[in-house]
Design a protein around this ligand. Structure first.
Ligand SMILES: C[S@@+](CC[C@H](N)C(=O)[O-])C[C@H]1O[C@@H](n2cnc3c(N)ncnc32)[C@H](O)[C@@H]1O
Length: 269
């Protein structure tokens, strides 16, 4: 689906070269000043956020398991002239190897549709803790698991996620960039690919928010912020979502607010 997603991004290299950013204020605020810091971007996808973080002055390494995503990210970095290193790997393997080699980072970051791909939160949190420098931070911004209990019409349809319960998504990952209606294309929206259908299903893992926070805390990290937001950055999770300023999406006005996204900052002592 990388090609379909990329097909909607108008002028992204020029936009980033001119100092534009694909980041949202939530992650920028949680990360704080990244100038001069080494930053590991896990599950970086096609690299727009990694290059935006480099634009803020960080020395960025992006890691993703997808060949197509990493190829696209490397091409984008070349076009922008950004010095970001992209590595294709399974994050569990990559973190184990990095820790063995003694690699350390001032910040680790992951966002927007990442926890659902993790079969093991304890190994994930522990391996992140091991590659953080003292006083370094881990920042995670993701979609809130409570939104997952509802179907697209807001009916309470599923249990609250727990235990990493596997879920097979027959239709696979769709063209969420097109569905976001411009929320994920700050450089401009192109019609691009239409009617994209994924030929591959996806295996996801359902985790609750408490389990994510507990895994980080038990790995020895100190949680210094846990924010919940009643809107999403980019994900059209319900029918009739309305667009808010700042590329945000929220349920219709008459729907009582629930958290749709969360952000965590965890620090190493
Ligand atoms: C929805 S994307 C995250 C969005 C991303 N933050 C962005 O800026 O576009 C999820 C990413 O996780 C990656 N991924 C899934 N499992 C992974 C794993 N085990 N190791 C590394 N990357 C993984 C996928 O290839 C995909 O690019």
């Amino acid at each position: 689906m990388v090609g379909a997603h990329d097909s909607h991004r108008a002028n992204l290299p020029e936009f980033l070269r001119d100092g534009g950013s694909t980041l949202f204020p939530e992650e920028v605020g949680l990360l704080g000043d990244v100038r001069g810091k080494t930053l590991l971007h896990l599950q970086c996808n096609s690299g727009g956020d990694s290059i935006s973080l480099a634009g803020l002055g960080a020395r960025v390494t992006g890691v993703d398991i997808s060949d197509d995503a990493v190829t696209s990210a490397r091409k984008l970095a070349r076009q922008v002239g950004a010095r970001v290193r992209f590595e294709r790997a399974d994050l569990y393997d990559w973190l184990r190897e990095a820790s063995r080699e003694g690699r350390r980072f001032d910040a680790v970051f992951a966002s927007y549709g990442v926890v659902c791909w993790l079969p093991d939160l304890v190994a994930w949190a522990g391996s992140i803790e091991r590659i953080l420098e003292p006083s370094a931070c881990f920042v995670l911004v993701d979609f809130h698991p409570v939104a997952d209990i509802f179907d697209e019409h807001g009916n309470h349809a599923r249990d609250y996620p727990a235990g990493g319960e596997p879920m097979y998504l027959q239709e696979g990952v769709g063209d969420y960039v097109a569905a976001s209606g411009g929320s994920l294309t700050p450089s401009g929206y192109l019609e691009g690919a239409t009617g994209f259908l994924n030929s591959e299903g996806a295996n996801l893992f359902r985790w609750g928010l408490g389990e994510v926070v507990t895994a980080l805390a038990e790995a020895g990290l100190r949680i210094t912020a846990l924010h919940e937001y009643p809107y999403t950055n980019g994900e059209r999770c319900f029918a009739g979502m309305r667009e808010l300023p700042g590329r945000r999406l929220a349920p219709p006005e008459n729907v009582p607010a629930i958290p749709l996204m969360y952000g965590i900052r965890a620090e190493r002592d």
